[in-house]
Write a protein that binds this ligand. Sequence first.
Ligand code: ADP
Ligand code: MG
Length: 143
Amino acid sequence: MRTRSPRETRDLGELIGRSVPPGTVIAFRGGLGAGKTTLAKGIARGLGVEDEVTSPTYTLVFEYRGRMPLRHVDAYRLSSPAEFEEIGASELMGTDGLCLIEWSENVAAALPAEAVVVEILPGDGPEARIVEISGSPLEELLP
Ligand SMILES: Nc1ncnc2c1ncn2[C@@H]1O[C@H](COP(=O)(O)OP(=O)(O)O)[C@@H](O)[C@H]1O
Ligand SMILES: [Mg+2]
């Protein structure tokens, strides 16, 4: 899927947030400035989160209340899957909520096989992005 502005990326996120079932883990891939947090903001909006969503770079995790709990993890500062386990990976990825993981590459071995992988790649121009979604159930839900 291609987006042509931050707004389009947020709108795509909103669509994801509206349709995602509880227990979903979304593993983001893509470098600094790719648009992971922008997409996460849209997902939160689709989930009905009213609080402002900001990057949990320093705190590692922010939790929000929406139609299900949203747990937003930034694994940038985690150097191993074991460190993710130490901050409570299994609860963060619980069956009751939605877990979004930025810099998921850093904790790949701790992710469930069913995690939805969302990779954001540069597109054709500064505001263009390619968003590649792989894994059930989101693959089927989106146009
Ligand atoms: N199509 C797009 N989708 C998302 N962000 C975009 C897009 N075009 C430009 N941007 C800009 O890229 C930056 C993405 O930042 P952010 O979402 O924090 O990235 P990340 O969390 O991947 O580091 C923002 O400054 C945003 O305005
Ligand atoms: Mg970010």
